[in-house]
Design a protein around this ligand. Structure first.
Ligand SMILES: Nc1ncnc2c1ncn2[C@@H]1O[C@H](COP(=O)(O)OP(=O)(O)OP(=O)(O)O)[C@@H](O)[C@H]1O
Length: 195
């Protein structure tokens, strides 16, 4: 049965690659079925094998994407290797109107953009116990090539610096012991509304 949190605002989850963001919010989805959803991004890149439109991404032509930018339809968007990616305001609104609390898994530049947008959201940053632990998780996941690992670690240092600026995030969780970090994450998500 769905147990919605008292605060329905979208939750922006950020943190370095490999820190365990997906692990934490997938646990939340398992333990609270039908309550949350992950925002589906728009992209101009072609679908990969097995990717479904509307499930993994909203796949759109460049022209439609740029049209939506011009109409201020995105809370954040970015370009990676020639393709555009973004989170549309419409996607967030539609899911919120269905009674779901929307989680956004966003990297640092996107977080900065959302903070400038009209969307009222809650911000949680997932931090590694140390850069060494982060490196071993990235390697342990076995999904990255060496050059990718080095690039992600360099980017992690920027993200960690940004997370230390007071007031940027409502909550910073160190993902050391998974169950302990999960409990902190769940407590943050289910925090009573402040009057
Ligand atoms: N508390 C933890 N202790 C040990 N290992 C963990 C912990 N949390 C996550 N992991 C492991 O670390 C690896 C990275 O986790 P995950 O894929 O959830 O990271 P992510 O932040 O979502 O990464 P990305 O941003 O690249 O998608 C996984 O192999 C996961 O099982």
């Amino acid at each position: 049965m769905a147990t919605p949190p008292p605060d329905h605002r979208p939750i922006v989850v950020s943190g370095p690659s490999g820190v365990g963001k997906g692990t934490l919010y997938n646990l939340l989805f398992q333990r609270h079925p039908d309550t949350f959803c992950l925002s589906v991004s728009h992209t101009t890149r072609a679908p990969r094998d097995g990717e479904q439109d509307g499930v993994h991404y909203h796949f759109v032509p460049m022209e439609s994407f740029e049209d939506l930018i011009a109409k201020d339809g995105f809370v954040e968007h970015a370009k990676f290797s020639g393709n555009r990616y973004g989170t549309s305001k419409m996607t967030i609104e539609e899911q919120t109107n269905k009674g779901k609390v929307v989680l956004l898994d966003i990297e640092m530049e996107g977080v900065k953009q959302i903070k400038q947008s009209s969307i009222s959201a809650r911000y949680v940053f997932i931090s590694p116990p140390s850069v060494e632990v982060l490196e071993s998780r990235l390697r342990g996941r076995g999904t990255e090539k060496e050059e990718n690992i080095q690039r992600r670690l360099a980017q992690a240092k920027n993200e960690l610096e940004y997370s230390q600026i007071p007031g940027v995030h409502d909550k910073v969780i160190v993902n050391d012991d998974l169950e302990k970090a999960y409990k902190e994450f769940e407590d943050f998500v289910y925090k009573p509304l402040e009057s």
